[in-house]
Write a protein that binds this ligand. Structure first.
Ligand code: PRP
Length: 207
């Protein structure tokens, strides 16, 4: 599985703000938005473009546009904080929604919302979720995408656990992963360490 860690001083500084327990909800949301910008920018680096004719005020020339814009899929709740910035960067992108809550005792993902186009064949899909811990939520989300024909999935996560990467790799799903950090691991509650706490709660308050 292709895994990219976006290693950049600006990304590291925003991640620090998100990790810091003193950051309030608004500060956390703002850092997440700005870091999402950098992650999506990197994710699009190899995207296919097509050329078309334009005219500058001076002369005709060739312009480029995205040949196949992705569908953005935030995983609710926490992924919601990434979608506005991602669609600002890729205005042609559509948006689908998946709701997934992790059971706090079993750590298993429980899907509660699936709002996606019926046919995803030929469409690149960017799954947005700040955290990949056990990997259960993302794998379950990608199951839903594959059932609709997706074959090209990118998971964009702020922080990931080695255990989650392993699980994603073992799932055999056609996915590449982009993140700002591979953290040390999971604690006994399957929380990322050092992590950033619960990204849903830190944006929107406890549920
Ligand atoms: C968090 C996070 C991921 C998931 C990661 O969501 O946003 O979706 O847990 O854990 P996993 O890799 O072990 O599945 P949570 O279930 O807390 O829901 P929320 O986004 O609504 O807060």
């Amino acid at each position: 599985m292709d895994t990219t860690v976006v290693d950049h001083p600006l990304a590291a500084s925003l991640l620090t703000t998100m990790r810091d327990a003193r950051s309030d909800n608004a500060t956390f949301r703002s850092a997440l938005r700005r870091l999402t910008h950098m992650l999506v920018y990197e994710a699009m680096r190899g995207a296919e473009v097509e050329q078309f004719d334009i005219e500058t005020p001076v002369a005709p020339t060739l312009g480029v546009r995205l040949a196949n814009p992705p569908l953005l899929v935030p995983v609710l709740r926490a992924g919601l904080g990434m979608v506005e910035q991602a669609s600002a960067l890729i205005p042609q992108a559509g948006v689908g929604f998946v709701g997934m809550a992790r059971d706090e005792k079993t750590h298993q993902p429980v899907p509660y919302l699936e709002s996606l186009p019926a046919d995803l064949s030929g469409t690149p899909v960017y799954v947005l979720d700040p955290m990949l811990a056990t990997g259960g939520s993302i794998i379950r989300t990608i199951d839903l995408l594959i059932a609709r024909g997706a074959t090209d999935v990118t998971a964009i996560c702020v922080v990931v656990a080695p255990e989650g990467i392993e699980a994603l790799r073992n799932s055999g799903h056609p996915v590449r992963l982009l993140t700002a950090s591979i953290d040390d691991g999971l604690n006994e509650n399957a929380f990322l360490v050092p992590g950033l706490g619960d990204a849903g709660d830190r944006q929107f308050g406890p549920r």
